[in-house]
Design a protein around this ligand. Structure first.
Ligand SMILES: [Zn+2]
Length: 270
């Protein structure tokens, strides 16, 4: 991509995945199979940065989810270590609805200087609005934002109505609802999640499946100031997701918001 096209924006990737080197290759293959989407390279810090550099990404939200409670500590330590090594990283920790010490996990995430919690109920195999998961939000509300995978037309764990239910019970919890609030369930997501206070949306892993006008319409319904760009790397490269972002026809000022400004505002980055 021509430098003139991206260099005037301060681009933040609101959704990137990294894995410890030992498991990066397997984890990437597993995700590719889960979504039946060919992956780009593999989910390692260096690869993420290499991809983002091609469009001058300044900052990356990085996360990883624990598929079982015994992985929580190792993952949170890994993300913390990667953030220390890469100043351009903005790290989220993780926990699990079956964790025996949810309050301890949240405190540990705060003490480690991480900025929120990432959950992926479809990989973690719990309903996003179960009473066990509610203990997580109860410990987080007013302290840390939640970034949560949303939607899949094959599973029900993170369906848009469950995300709406989290908001109903925890209205002060800041929620980054990934994939425009419902991967492959975009119409339901818009109906259920539009106009909710404290809920913002990344449009990673969405634009490849939606016509540009349709995607732009969803973003306008949620409010341009409530949406942000993300790669979902290694699902997509930064460049292709940026091309799809440009294709939606937003104004220069709107692009500044979507590509970085909204993210900073949501997470309180000065
Ligand atoms: Zn994710």
């Amino acid at each position: 991509m021509e430098k003139e096209l991206y260099e005037r924006f301060e681009i933040i990737d609101a959704h990137g995945h990294i894995f410890p080197e030992k498991i990066a290759e397997n984890a990437t293959v597993n995700i590719g199979n889960f979504y039946d989407i060919p992956m780009h390279g593999c989910g390692m810090s260096e690869k993420l940065i290499e991809s983002g550099k091609k469009i001058g990404v300044k900052q990356y939200l990085v996360c990883s989810t624990a598929t079982s409670p015994h992985q929580i500590d190792a993952i949170n330590r890994f993300i913390t270590k990667e953030c220390a090594a890469h100043p351009e990283f903005f790290g989220l920790g993780t926990t699990h609805a079956d964790s025996y010490d949810i309050e301890g996990d949240i405190q540990h995430i705060i003490d480690s200087g991480l900025h929120g919690v990432k959950l992926h109920p479809d990989f973690q195999l719990f309903n996003a609005d179960s009473k066990e998961a509610f203990q997580i939000y109860d410990a987080m509300q007013g302290r840390l934002p939640l970034m949560i995978h949303c939607g899949d037309n094959r599973y029900d764990y993170s369906a848009p109505q469950r995300i709406a239910n989290i908001h109903r019970n925890f209205p002060k919890l800041k929620i980054q609802a990934a994939h425009l609030g419902g991967y492959q369930q975009w119409d339901d997501a818009v109906d259920l999640l539009k106009g909710l206070e404290n809920v913002a949306f990344d449009f990673s892993s969405s634009l490849a499946f939606l016509a540009p006008e349709k995607a732009a319409g969803i973003i306008r319904t949620y409010g341009v100031e409530n949406c942000f760009y993300g790669s979902d790397f290694p699902m997509w490269t930064h460049e292709e997701e940026l091309e799809r972002t440009f294709a939606m026809g937003f104004t220069e000022d709107e692009l500044h918001k979507l590509l970085g400004r909204n993210f900073k505002e949501f997470y309180g980055i000065v």
